[in-house]
Design a binder for this molecule. Structure first.
Ligand code: PMP
Length: 362
């Protein structure tokens, strides 16, 4: 019998089982073509209809209409750290960054190589254990855009109410919580996310972009680096990552069939609630990194009383089929990633392992 594995890796991450089964069943014969999706021309009508339907599906789930374009790009979210300022930070303007963890630090580092940036807020002094309050955010006088990271994968914190930026175009890296809950996507001029946590396999990065905002982009860039190029060609300017887009389309279908973003949020709250309850009820055995109001529903970061116990926890958890729990090297400790595809059963299994481990070791 197949050993039951619960996969808590931060990304690439667990995918919905029904999606994996469908991929397996369809792999040798995509859409009755007699060949696999990885072998078909991206200009074929069979692929093109999948491609366009995937864009519509994603926009529909996010409540976005024709005034937004959804792009399927490559290079990961890290490439977006550079493309955003290249396209939207002109000389003489400033871009404002909210620094809430390692990924926003990487984003601002890249932007500052390309133009003037302003740190509108940072919680680095507190080791990013919380998000800035509204009163701590100071925008510059006329920024070209504001950038935030909606979920801090490494720190285990998440914005629950996005800041009010008035008329300033708001942009976000949503790599680790896109489609995990309903939110007002129309508040954002641009959203990007690597697929490998909540959307599908690595290889495709989605960029949702407001068309009016796109008109403000620089023209003096290499063609391939302009958002407009990809928008004008429906992300078929060059060969897209067809397999990743195909799997993403199945993940989107699975989200729709499961009840959409509201159902995702309810399930994510329940799953995360089980783990946070173990932390809170453990006395000081498990210590969460994030402050309660800033806690992420996607990545739960915590420490044990000493590094030896942390190593033991990871080893024994792995032996019990609970894998991928080691925290990021920059923070240490443990991290449980509970993206959309993690089941309630998986979260229960982790919670009960935590309880049992504490009883044996405290
Ligand atoms: N932003 C966030 C919030 C992330 O979690 C990650 C990856 N873990 C990245 C950016 C970088 O993504 P990629 O590896 O796709 O460039």
């Amino acid at each position: 019998m197949e050993k039951k594995i619960y996969n808590f890796y931060p990304g690439p991450a667990t995918l919905p089982r029904p999606v994996l089964e469908k991929v397996r069943n369809e792999f040798l014969n995509f859409n009755n073509t007699g060949i696999s999706v990885s072998e078909i021309s991206h200009r074929s009508k069979e692929y093109e209809s999948l491609h366009l339907a995937t864009e519509s599906r994603l926009k529909k789930l996010l409540g976005l209409g024709d005034d937004y374009k959804c792009l399927f790009l490559q290079g990961g979210a890290s490439t977006q750290f550079a493309l955003l300022p290249m396209n939207f930070l002109p000389p003489g303007r400033t871009a404002d960054y909210l620094i809430t963890g390692s990924w926003s630090q990487k984003a601002v580092k890249e932007a500052s190589r390309l133009g003037d940036v302003h740190i509108a807020a940072s919680t680095e002094k507190e080791n990013f254990k919380r998000l800035p309050t509204a009163g701590e955010i100071n925008f510059s006088s006329n920024p070209a855009y504001v950038h935030l990271t909606s979920n801090n994968t490494i720190m285990g914190t998440q914005w629950h109410d996005f800041p009010d930026c008035g008329d300033i175009p708001l942009t976000a890296d949503m790599s680790s919580d896109i489609l995990s809950r309903p939110f007002n996507a129309r508040k954002f001029s641009l959203i990007y996310a690597g697929a490998q946590k909540n959307l599908g396999p690595a290889g495709v990065t989605i960029v949702l972009i407001n068309r009016a905002f796109m008109e403000k982009a620089h023209e003096d860039l290499p063609v391939i680096l302009r958002y407009k190029t990809h928008a004008q060609k429906d992300s078929l300017y060059n060969t897209p990552p067809v397999f990743s887009i195909y799997v993403m389309s199945l993940v989107l279908e699975w989200i729709e069939d499961t009840g959409g973003l509201l159902a995702m949020e309810q399930k994510n709250r329940e799953k995360a609630g089980l783990i946070y309850a173990e932390i809170d009820e453990s006395g000081k055995f498990y210590r969460g990194h994030a402050e309660k109001e800033s806690r992420s529903l996607m990545n739960i970061t915590f420490r044990l009383p000493n590094p030896e116990l942390e190593t033991k926890f990871v080893r024994e958890a792995t032996e019990n089929g609970l894998i991928g729990l080691k925290g990021h090297r920059s923070v240490g400790g443990l991290r449980a990633s509970l993206y959309n595809a993690m089941t309630l059963e998986g979260s229960r299994a982790l919670a009960s392992f935590m309880r049992e481990f504490r009883a044996r070791n405290s």
